[in-house]
Design a protein around this ligand. Structure first.
Ligand code: PXG
Length: 461
């Protein structure tokens, strides 16, 4: 079979039998799916033999890049030794224990206990259950409302989707469930378009924290269980908090005795140049969820870390905690995640993002695309970067049909061999943490080419 015929065959089978996440099935089947067949480092290869540079590290998760032999060997060894056993009924496995202990080394101070799950959504569901359980144990069963932010992405299970603030995620499923309330978020670049005028970034951070307090007072603090947030919004458009925001939010949560849940599914494991986004922004969460980079995406695994408050309450509850998955603490997933963390420590991957490749990546994007006619703002930290494509830079005015220009640009990227994600008209980039300077140069040069092609399509260049 020729390469092309093989691709066609896969596309036909896929169209006949496979429903994709977050996809218009009919449209996708008509167009034909792209099949990725192999990858090495930051480079993907598709079934046509085309190479693409992966500016998204898969889905923000392949911290160590593709084709890491040590991770593959750790998985193979674990599969041979003990392919499965569980952590129910007074048992567990060595990789499960060792990963839990290793996480306690790298997590924010005081977070010494973890529960395992298999995805970010499951971790967030688990976190919400534990928050409810905590307040029940503390004799405050009326504290049940979960606050979260507009534009937040926390996953797709019934509770995680309810917690998410991206409104298109709700109507198909009659969500959110009762007991989930939203507060405004700290999207400073969009503040002008949202009617806040020419407000400064620091002032905006404080204003949005004050709005959280207002909402708490409206609902009644005695009814509110938790506030959940990503340290940096990921899938909501890579929105970074103003400097003032997190300290103010944390103060409000403390004042009203509301548990703070940091969703670090994207911001964990070196992405921001520290182990966790909580380190980067000085957040001290009561509960923290992680997935993705925990295993560099090589195995499906997630975890919920508990600070002393929730951890001690469960550890001293003296009753069975009625929760857990068949694959909680799966030995193969844990062995791969453990090796992933060992490599990150040994190779000083996090330090490299913080001190070397992260600043280089940030500077390069600004140098090459900061003055581009379509780019209203370049923002980022570590190996996360967002570029706002706008209609009018001086006025910070977005395009009237939100998403169209982002889609044009994203399509140019694919054609030119670069994977970048468009969120509305914001182009985002989150490459493997192992990317080299030379690869950053190639990635940014390709991005420039695609932004130019987009500008040309719009008659702006
Ligand atoms: N929390 C956050 C902050 C996430 O980014 C989840 C929870 C859910 O994780 P699972 O493993 O259940 O998918 C996520 C996932 C995108 C994209 O297109 C982002 C995610 C997932 C899929 C696509 O940006 N984030």
């Amino acid at each position: 079979m020729t390469v092309h015929n093989q691709t066609r065959h896969w596309q036909e089978l896929d169209a006949a039998h496979h429903i994709h996440p977050f996809s218009d099935t009919a449209a996708l089947n008509k167009e034909g799916v792209r099949v990725i067949t192999s990858a090495k480092g930051v480079w993907l290869t598709d079934s046509e033999g085309k190479r693409l540079i992966d500016g998204m590290a898969g889905l923000w998760c392949v911290q160590l890049g593709y084709g890491n032999e040590e991770l593959a060997e750790a998985g193979y060894k674990a599969l041979r030794e003990l392919p499965y056993y569980n952590s129910f009924f007074k048992t567990t496995t060595p990789p499960t224990i060792e990963l839990a202990a290793k996480l306690a080394e790298v997590l924010p101070e005081g977070m010494s206990r973890v529960l395992f799950a298999n995805s970010g959504s499951e971790a967030n569901d688990t976190a919400l259950k534990l928050i409810r359980y905590y307040w029940n144990l503390k004799g405050k069963p009326q504290k049940k409302i979960h606050l979260s932010r507009e534009m937040a992405y926390h996953g797709v299970t019934m509770a995680a989707a309810s917690l998410s603030g991206l409104t298109p995620m709700h109507p198909q499923w009659d969500l959110p469930l009762p007991g989930f309330e939203k507060v405004p978020t700290c999207y400073w670049y969009g503040a002008k378009a949202a009617g806040y005028g020419d407000i400064g970034e620091d002032e905006f951070g404080e204003l949005i924290a004050a709005k959280l307090e207002e909402r708490i007072l409206e609902i009644g603090a005695d009814r509110i269980a938790s506030f959940s947030a990503e340290p940096i919004h990921g899938a909501g458009g890579l929105i970074f908090p103003p400097r003032t925001y997190w300290a103010a939010v944390q103060k409000v949560c403390r004042k009203y005795d509301i548990l703070l849940h940091a969703d670090e599914v994207i911001t964990g494991f070196g992405r921001t140049g520290k182990w966790f986004g909580s380190h980067t922004y000085g957040i001290q969460p009561d509960i923290l969820t992680m997935a993705k980079g925990l295993s560099s995406g090589y195995q499906p695994i997630s975890a919920v870390a508990l600070g002393p408050r929730v951890g001690d309450a469960i550890a001293h509850a003296n009753e069975e905690m009625v929760h857990g998955y068949t694959y909680s603490g799966h030995p193969v997933a844990c062995a791969v995640a453990l090796k992933n963390l060992e490599i990150m420590q040994r190779e000083k991957i996090v330090e490299r993002v913080g001190d070397d490749i992260g600043p280089y990546f940030q500077a390069k994007f600004r140098e090459v695309l900061g003055d581009h006619p379509l780019v209203g703002e370049v923002r980022g930290v570590g190996l996360l970067c967002a570029l706002e494509l706008v209609d009018d830079k001086a006025e910070r005015r977005f395009f009237p049909e939100v998403g169209d220009v982002g889609t044009i640009c994203r399509n140019h990227c694919f054609r030119e061999g670069l994977v970048m994600r468009a969120i509305r008209d914001t182009m985002v980039c989150s490459p493997p943490l192992t990317i080299t300077r030379d690869e950053v140069d190639q990635l940014v040069a390709l991005a420039k080419r695609c932004f130019d092609l987009t500008a040309r399509d719009l008659g702006r260049l």
